[in-house]
Design a protein around this ligand. Structure first.
Ligand code: BEZ
Ligand code: FE
Length: 300
């Protein structure tokens, strides 16, 4: 075979790899070479038809068209095929062996959440539902308390809506920024979050329906820990009685991230006027040394 001229189907892959072998950027070269090898192997493995090829290209184009300032269908697709969680776990910790397991940032983090005093409430407008009292500690990999860690928390309401999706909630409801005290602890008052569906009005929704999959995420609270000198910790703690815990549409549930959201039916309530049942959550986060960086907020 003369270089560049294809005589049989076997010639295509080596030809493409040779054409791409001159990149100055070594990392680009490595990533693209593996990408092409796997894409070609995939087409061979399934004997991809031309109709399926057209359908796939149309699907990708429509993912782009469905993406705008406040919605990223591309990330949602990566989430729904487990790719986002795979990349997250490849890059962060060892499923909790050292630092706390990471989980997806998701599309709902907002920068500049209101500063909230330790023990304060993140309920900023009436939000019916079981009350929840969260007490956490943050330690380093040696178990030493970490003081002065900024912790962003954000969650959905007991009907499964973030405040930016729900006109009945005040701006920044169920969001807050706390700081760990000298014992590495932070605590806040909230309401029990509910699970919620990911958007299903685009190509990803079509895929989920075609696969007979439900679109739900199990209920969770998001945490983002930030302290100079420590690797930023982006994670979620899941509600243990959620019906979708074992079938998260974005595959985000790691065993160690299932929290003990304990139901309390009697006894002294943790604050005056709290009616049973109320829930309590205690959780311990471990942060390892590394780079403290904040992600780009997906929404304003
Ligand atoms: C979230 O946890 O907020 C989320 C993650 C991935 C897709 C949709 C929502
Ligand atoms: Fe979420």
């Amino acid at each position: 075979m003369a270089a560049g001229i294809i005589e049989t189907v076997e010639d295509v892959t080596p030809n493409v790899l040779r054409a791409m072998s001159g990149a100055d950027n070594v990392r680009l070269q490595t990533v693209m070479e593996a990408f092409v090898r796997h894409m070609h192997a995939f087409a061979r493995e399934v004997n991809l038809t031309e109709a399926e090829y057209d359908l796939g290209i149309d699907f990708l184009n429509r993912i782009g068209q469905a993406t705008h300032d406040s919605h990223n269908e591309g990330i949602l697709f990566a989430d729904a095929i487990g790719f986002s969680t795979l990349v997250c776990l490849i890059n962060n910790g060892n499923a909790g062996a050292t630092e706390t397991a990471a989980a997806l940032l998701g599309p709902f983090w907002r920068a500049n959440s209101p500063r909230t005093a330790n023990g304060g409430s993140i309920v900023r407008s009436p939000t019916p539902g079981p009350e929840l009292f969260v007490t956490c500690e943050v330690v380093d990999v040696g178990g030493k308390a970490l003081a002065g860690v900024d912790i962003d928390v954000w969650q959905s309401s007991p009907i499964g809506l973030y405040e930016n999706q729900d006109d009945t909630q005040a701006d920044m409801n169920l969001r807050g920024k706390l700081t760990t005290d000298a014992a590495g602890r932070f605590s806040f008052r909230s309401v029990k979050p509910a699970g919620y569906p990911v958007p299903t009005d685009g190509p990803v929704g079509e895929m989920l329906r075609a696969q007979n999959r439900h679109p739900y995420r199990p209920a969770h609270i998001h945490f983002l820990g930030f302290k100079p000198g420590y690797k930023s910790l982006i994670t979620q703690v899941f509600v243990d009685d959620d019906a979708h815990l074992e079938s998260d549409v974005v595959f985000g549930v790691t065993r160690a991230l299932v929290g003990d959201y304990r139901r309390n039916d009697k006894g002294e309530p943790p604050a005056p006027g709290v009616e049973a049942p109320w829930y309590t959550l205690n959780y311990r986060f471990v942060m390892e040394p590394g780079e403290a960086i904040l992600p780009k907020p997906p929404i304003k």
